[in-house]
Design a protein around this ligand. Structure first.
Ligand code: FMN
Length: 191
């Protein structure tokens, strides 16, 4: 897939088919993550790939989805929830650079997933204390984010809006999710 196509058309997916992602695809997402830029090439991030169904259900219970259109993009376990997650871990003492590293790694995974016909939701609204226990994360590490991964059961679209317009994502009458993106000329000053 052309990189421009992926960059423009990848959208966050919150409703999923009930088919697990093959291990090979999950492994390739990890390869995308580990090749991403990171501060000082220190590679502070670690990952847990969640495939076990029982564990995925417990992880899913610690997530929150699409606050602006609740409850219509709240996936339901057993029908529309993702079956796979990648947990992104960083040292507790890693500092803010780990969040930047995680951003680069997660976006790389999201783009590759899109090119493979998969959908993702980057999850920051997570119960980190509970995840620490459920995933048996050692005390010196913390869960920064989860990435939900699966086969999409929705097809959100982006639309360009002026800089002073609402950027709140919304559902149309057909229940399709629209994601406003501020148009280029209102975002950047050229000098
Ligand atoms: C740091 C970060 C945290 C996010 N956390 C959540 C979350 O907890 N739940 C959720 O449904 N979406 C979450 N998202 C997804 C955003 O809502 C989504 O990226 C945004 O609406 C733009 O949509 P797009 O990814 O389709 O461009 C998060 C995204 C980022 C970058």
């Amino acid at each position: 897939m052309d990189i421009q196509v992926a960059l423009q058309n990848r959208r966050t997916v919150r409703l999923f088919q009930q088919e697990p992602v093959p291990d090979q695809d999950l492994a390739e997402l990890l390869d995308a993550a580990r090749m991403a830029s990171c501060g000082g090439n220190k590679q502070c991030l670690r990952y847990q790939v969640i495939r076990d169904r029982g564990l995925a259900e417990r992880v899913f219970a610690q997530t929150a989805w699409a606050a602006l259109v609740q409850p219509k993009r709240n996936p339901q376990w057993g029908s529309t929830a993702p079956l796979n997650f990648i947990a992104v871990l960083a040292p507790v003492k890693g500092g803010t650079v780990c969040h930047a590293d995680a951003g680069a790694a997660i976006q790389s995974m999201q783009l590759l997933a899109f090119a493979k016909g998969l959908g993702c939701c980057w999850l920051g609204a997570i119960q980190r204390d509970r995840l620490q226990e459920i995933l048996e994360v050692p005390a010196e590490m913390q869960v920064l984010y989860l990435l939900a991964v699966g086969y999409p059961a929705e097809a959100p679209i982006a639309e360009d809006v002026p800089g002073d317009a609402s950027v709140a994502y919304y559902l149309d009458e057909q229940q399709r999710l629209h994601v406003p993106k501020i148009r280029r000329d209102d975002l950047a000053i050229w000098k």
